[in-house]
Design a protein around this ligand. Structure first.
Ligand SMILES: Cc1cc2nc3c(=O)[nH]c(=O)nc-3n(C[C@H](O)[C@H](O)[C@H](O)COP(=O)(O)O)c2cc1C
Length: 344
């Protein structure tokens, strides 16, 4: 059975340049979600399986199912890539129909596919014919509006998709519009496969509330898992009726230290390492200092030494280390728009 959690299941949302093997290892150490999805494998003529993304399948330390996500539109190439993926130990293949980056949707892939239900049907039928595992879809509710929503749900039903992850915004709604989770209820009522709710699930409490309200089979979490890697453990705590684990600033500091070690590569200089870790700290910082000072200084740090001095100042110094980390992000703070997209 795919979703074995008796209450409801959790999934780590795929996030390009974030949810690779280093992050999956860290998350696994803090408390696995029930399902993992890789960053997308870009599919085009002659494309190979990106070895770095592939390592999140082949070297995954968790025993939880992992889906390989693909992003593309050529049926022939998608068939070829699904066959390449098939030899690896994946639970199934997930089609990306949500990426909102203009560079992506202008090529009619990712979120761009939502404009063309006929194409979606062709792709899913082709995938179904070659995938031995499960066929899953991650999508938004539409491109600029929801006018194709039900037609696409019909297709998912007809093709017998095994799981839908629904990010309840339109593609043009980006990452800041208000998600409308009533679409999840509609999908749950219409489809026979499980539906995962996705979009702005910020804490374990919110996850439980939304699951109850919508009837979703599970909750998929992206940015709040970067900010709070304990979130899947906390959801499990709540499901079991226990007090949830509350991290303190010292725990957050340890997490950031682990990230720095995990993201280092032999050929990576400090400038690139700092840029890479800032992508994560941009979200972590949403629950560090409510006045935005941490984000301010973090963004200006030039070296990993500077960066750690900032983390130490806001997480350890002056008795801060024992302070509880806010479970919710501070509402008025925002991550940088450039960090809130899947690109390429
Ligand atoms: C940095 C970043 C990269 C992303 N990359 C992908 C991706 O490769 N594939 C995908 O389907 N969605 C991608 N997304 C979208 C997330 O999976 C998720 O749908 C979105 O962030 C909303 O969930 P959240 O509010 O829990 O973050 C990305 C999001 C972010 C912030």
């Amino acid at each position: 059975m795919l979703l074995s959690n008796p209450v409801f299941s959790t999934a780590l949302a795929p996030m390009q340049d974030v949810t690779g093997l280093p992050f999956m290892k860290i998350i696994s150490g803090y408390g696995d979600p029930d399902l993992y999805f890789t960053e997308y494998f870009r599919v085009y003529e002659g494309s190979r399986l990106n070895p770095e993304i592939l390592s999140s399948i082949t070297c995954n330390p968790s025993s939880r199912p992992i889906f390989a996500q693909i992003l593309g539109e050529s049926v022939a190439e998608i068939i070829r890539v699904c066959k390449l993926l098939q030899v690896h130990s994946i639970e199934g293949v997930d089609l990306n129909m949500g990426c909102p980056a203009p560079r992506v949707f202008k090529k009619n892939v990712g979120g761009g596919l939502l404009k063309d239900p006929a194409k979606i049907k062709q792709i899913l039928l082709a995938m179904k014919s070659v995938i031995q595992g499960r066929l899953t879809v991650k999508m938004r509710v539409g491109f600029e509006d929801d006018s194709n929503f039900f037609e696409i749900l019909e297709i998912l039903k007809e093709v017998e998709v095994d799981l839908l992850s629904l990010h309840t915004r339109t593609v043009l709604g980006g990452y800041r519009s208000i998600p409308d989770h009533s679409y999840v209820t509609q999908a749950v009522n219409f489809l026979s496969c499980p539906v995962l709710l996705n979009g702005n699930v910020t804490s374990a409490q919110v996850a439980l509330k939304l699951q109850k309200e919508t009837g979703a089979a599970g909750i998929m979490i992206g940015r709040s898992a970067i900010r709070n890697p304990w979130i899947f453990r906390q959801i499990r705590d709540l499901q079991e009726g226990q007090d949830i684990f509350r991290p303190r600033m010292i725990d957050l500091y340890e997490y950031v230290s682990l990230l720095l070690e995990a993201l280092k590569k032999p050929d990576m200089n400090d400038v690139r390492l700092v840029a890479r870790i800032k992508k994560f700290l941009n979200f972590v910082g949403l629950s560090v200092s409510s006045d935005g000072e941490f984000l301010h200084f973090m963004r200006r740090a030039q070296t990993s030494k500077d960066l750690f001095a900032v983390c130490k100042r806001f997480m350890l110094d002056d008795g801060l280390s024992e302070t509880f980390v806010s479970l919710e992000p501070f509402d008025h703070l925002v991550a940088r728009p450039s960090q809130e997209t899947c690109s390429s």
